[in-house]
Design a binder for this molecule. Structure first.
Ligand code: DGL
Length: 259
């Protein structure tokens, strides 16, 4: 049975792509809820409802037996609810990101960047401090990063400017490690590390692999299916995130289970 991966949109294809690379024989079904993106500035209740709907679609229509919540905003607010609701392993991006950051940080000063939802939920901060109460955590919401990526402005001067605008205050606090707490930010990794080469970057799309490895070791046919609830013009700019062998299909929002 396949691994189901969902995100608020196409940003989670960064996670999908990395899972696909490490698990070539696994069957993968990706759902991007592009019709309702962004989740990152919605309320906790709405993010939980959307997450339940996306997960139910993957669970009921595609019989997934592992659920990967690629969206950081959904991982921050909905993970416990999803774990209570479904009888399959549910893996979010927060825990792996936290473990990786604690592994690489030398000075115990860790920065977290994400959407308003992720930062306001304090999910990363809580998890980090639960595991290492003596460290210091500095968070910053970076709401303009998602639209900059979606506009394909990855190497644009405006993006360099915004990287400094958002991240400099964390660097001024002395962080040595920065968690990219949003699906879109791995696409800005090159820009961030060129501005701050001394900062260690934790990319959830990479660190989630170990978590999946610990519970998944099946060999299947290796099919790839990508379902999107909308195909917007912005998607064209990110289409390169899709894998060559991925079949992409638009589904109606009404196909997501109503709970
Ligand atoms: N996928 C979201 C996240 O990782 C970013 C885009 C959105 O706001 O929905 O938080």
């Amino acid at each position: 049975m396949p691994i189901g991966i969902f995100d608020s949109g196409v940003g989670g294809l960064t996670v999908y792509k990395s899972i696909s690379k490490f698990f070539p024989d696994a069957d993968l079904v990706y759902l991007g809820d592009c019709a309702r993106v962004p989740y990152g500035n919605k309320s906790k209740e709405t993010i939980i409802r959307y997450s339940l709907e996306c997960s139910s679609y993957l669970y009921e229509k595609h019989n997934v037996d592992v659920l990967v919540v690629a969206c950081n905003s959904a991982s921050s607010y909905a993970l416990d609810v999803l774990r209570n609701y479904f009888d399959i392993p549910v893996i979010g991006v927060v825990e792996p990101g936290v473990e990786a950051a604690l592994d690489v940080s030398k000075n115990g000063k860790i920065g977290v960047i994400g959407t308003y939802a992720t930062v306001n939920s304090n999910a990363y901060k809580r998890n980090l401090l639960d595991k290492a109460p003596d460290i210091q955590v500095f968070q910053k919401a970076c709401p303009l990063f998602v639209p900059l990526v979606e506009e394909g402005m990855i190497n644009h001067p405006v993006t360099y400017h915004m990287v400094k605008e958002y991240i400099q205050e964390l660097v001024d606090k002395g962080i040595d490690t920065l968690i990219l707490g949003c699906t879109h930010y791995p696409l800005l990794k090159g820009v961030i590390s060129s501005v701050y080469p001394e900062i260690k970057i934790v990319d959830s799309s990479e660190v989630i692999i170990d978590k999946i490895k610990s519970i998944y070791n099946k060999k299947e046919s290796g099919f790839r299916k990508v379902f999107l609830t909308d195909i917007s013009p912005a998607f064209k700019k990110l289409e390169s995130l899709l894998l060559e062998n991925s079949k992409m299909e638009k589904i109606e929002l009404s196909e997501l289970c109503k709970i």
